[in-house]
Design a protein. Structure first.
Length: 178
């Protein structure tokens, strides 16, 4: 049972309705995670802004590998379910690859380095060592992309923490239901 009461669309502040409607249209339903964010119009807008901005960095499969690795590292069952669904639905990523991503790995060497680095960011609270940086650089990531990977890890941690605090019910279709 959620520890924070989630509003319906109608109960959410009016200024969130447009965003909620757009997200519902895109996903096909209004998720509990979005309902949680809608409690604060400022937080919902910040989430949309960073999500939109960060959707232009790296490639979609790498962003999702980072999302899966970070969500698993942060113990966010809700976000794990969400990103398993999104990764499979949007990029037809196979379940085996999704399982690897959850472990901070990938069948693709460059993507594996990104997922492992993101996992190290979480595990070390951002205090990665020189070997961590060397490994991600050897895999082909520039300093700009390292900043982007770090920002993605922080972005996913935001929703991981919010969902963990609220302990919201998972309303995302299971991967096997796709």
């Amino acid at each position: 049972m959620a520890r924070i009461l989630l509003p319906t669309r109608e109960q959410a502040p009016t200024e969130t309705h447009k965003i909620l409607d757009e997200m519902q249209q895109r996903l096909g339903f209004l998720s509990n995670g979005l309902r949680l964010l809608s409690l604060s119009p400022s937080v919902l807008q910040a989430y949309v802004d960073i999500q939109t901005t960060m959707s232009h960095v790296l490639d979609a499969k790498t962003r999702e590998a980072v999302a899966l690795a970070v969500s698993m590292a942060n113990g966010c069952n809700y976000c794990v379910a969400t990103h398993c669904f999104i990764t499979h639905a949007n990029s037809q990523t196979l379940p085996d690859e999704i399982s690897l991503n959850l472990e901070g790995k990938s069948g693709d060497a460059k993507r594996a380095a990104a997922a492992a680095f993101a996992r190290r960011i979480i595990d070390t609270h951002g205090k990665v060592n020189d070997a961590d940086l060397a490994a991600v650089r050897v895999a082909g990531y520039s300093d700009t992309e390292i900043v982007e990977l770090t920002t993605l890890a922080a972005r996913y941690t935001l929703t991981n923490f919010l969902n963990n605090v609220a302990d919201i019910e998972i309303d995302i279709p299971a991967l096997s239901d796709n």
